[in-house]
Design a protein around this ligand. Structure first.
Ligand code: KET
Length: 423
């Protein structure tokens, strides 16, 4: 024993000339910058103030500011509790879940589904679906780039950066009108090289809450056809724009009617409240069944070395809800309930700010849709909200309307008025 420890000691303390010492492996690692969205939650949790308000992350709260587990999910969980096993799912995840999920994006009676032309796998929520797609794009179209709207969800930049796909941007938001900059968007679509990849938000654009109209989507789809562009839809908020998942899929359906071979990321984080369960889907429309089989096998091969196969619990919950007509109806009712509460809070926030005699226009609060209000506040104004009023939001001025309640709306309005009235 004594000999052994002496030997070990000698090995540890003896370093060969020119080699690094054992403690130096990570000495060049600098702390990573805070995530612009999830970092806000961290700061909120660390604040002891009883007045604090979190309108940072896009996570739905009820009117008491509490996280929500939907009734349909509670019921599905009761049924999951009787499930026979917790075996691995296949690499592509739960076939039931994927089938039901495709119906939401592509339509209950979609010929593409019937003809087995869609390659699809269960993904680690919307983020995971985007990431697998970005890796797939890099592998099979290695010289391509991705066009991303300005602004967009901050993580889109990280995802395509880590997949080594060069990024370009296209115009989207018009700061003066706080609406869509349709003319510049169309110019960018026309000026991009033929056959470019574009990232589009299917509905409830994050962070702006500004979507193209049906007519505008038709024009975008037409121009994509002319240019031979590829559309990748990130659909993280299906149901949150209008309260009806079917209506919120309109952009995708327009592209499908025009015969585009699209890609799509779907997430159940928001519309089923399954945030931490990480359940979503990645799908790619192919030319025929044979191509879809090949593409799916490659998507699975990307998943295998990363996480092998996706988690089973959330997939079971989704399959149970969407596979049972009664539970599905309950889900649709509950999605509408969440969307309606947010719409109500938009009216209330706007009225409260206007009542205080704000000299600015706050019409955009009620005009924008989905989970967010892109308020137009500057980073400095947001900093004041946080420092003086303990109100937490992303520095781009995005308010998560899902965190606004009857209890905090007046306080929020007063604080917003206070930091913007001199502007
Ligand atoms: N796409 C968009 C547009 C999006 O806003 C989110 C999440 C996701 C994908 C990914 O969601 P997932 O949980 O992976 O299914 N956005 C909110 C949360 C976050 O940043 O992670 C947010 O913007 O607050």
């Amino acid at each position: 024993m004594a000999i052994r420890s002496a030997l070990t000691k000698r090995i540890i303390t003896t370093t060969l000339p020119g080699s690094r010492s054992i403690s130096s492996w990570w000495k060049n690692v600098e702390p990573a910058p805070k995530d612009p969205i999830l970092g806000v939650t961290e700061a909120f949790l660390a604040d002891p103030s009883p007045d604090k308000v979190n309108v940072g992350v896009g996570a739905y709260r009820d009117d008491n500011g509490q996280p929500v587990v939907l009734d349909c999910v509670r019921e599905a969980e009761r049924r999951v509790a009787g499930n026979l096993n917790m075996e691995y799912l296949p690499m592509g995840g739960s076939n039931n879940m994927v089938e039901e999920t495709l119906k939401l994006a592509y339509g209950e009676d979609s010929d593409l589904i019937k003809d087995k032309r869609i390659a699809a796998i269960q993904a680690l929520s919307g983020t995971g679906a985007c990431r697998i797609f970005a890796d797939f794009q890099k592998r099979f179209s290695p010289d391509s780039q991705i066009y991303i709207p300005v602004p967009t969800w901050s993580n889109h930049h990280n995802i395509w950066r880590d997949a080594n796909v060069p990024q370009r941007t296209f115009h989207y938001y018009h700061p003066e009108s706080k609406g869509l900059d349709f003319a510049s968007l169309m110019d960018d679509v026309k000026n991009a090289p033929n056959g470019s990849f574009f990232l589009l938000h299917a509905c409830a654009h994050n962070p702006t809450g500004v979507d193209p109209t049906v007519e505008q989507w038709k024009e975008i789809s037409y121009q994509f056809k002319v240019k031979g562009h590829f559309a990748f839809f990130d659909m993280a908020y299906q149901g949150f724009a209008s309260g009806d998942p079917e209506r919120d899929a309109k952009s995708i359906r327009i592209f499908l009617e025009d015969g585009h071979l699209i890609g799509c990321s779907q997430s159940y984080a928001k519309n089923m409240g399954l945030y931490g369960q990480r359940v979503g889907c990645l799908s790619l429309v192919c030319e025929d069944e044979k191509q879809a089989v090949a593409v799916k096998s490659q998507l699975q091969q990307l998943a295998r070395p990363m996480y092998s196969n996706p988690p089973v619990h959330g997939a079971l919950i989704v399959s149970i809800i969407l596979g049972d007509p009664e539970l599905k109806q309950l889900w649709l009712k509950e999605v509408k309930g969440m969307a309606d509460r947010i719409i109500g809070m938009r009216t209330s926030l706007r009225e409260n700010i206007e009542k205080l005699g704000s000299p600015l226009s706050w019409e955009h609060i009620t005009k924008q849709i989905g989970m967010f209000c892109y308020s137009g506040m500057t980073p400095e104004q947001v900093d004041r909200l946080t420092k003086e009023f303990h109100i937490y939001m992303t520095r781009n001025g995005r308010i998560s309307m899902a965190g606004v309640t009857s209890g905090n709306v007046e306080y929020l309005a007063k604080a917003i008025h206070e930091v913007t009235k001199a502007a």
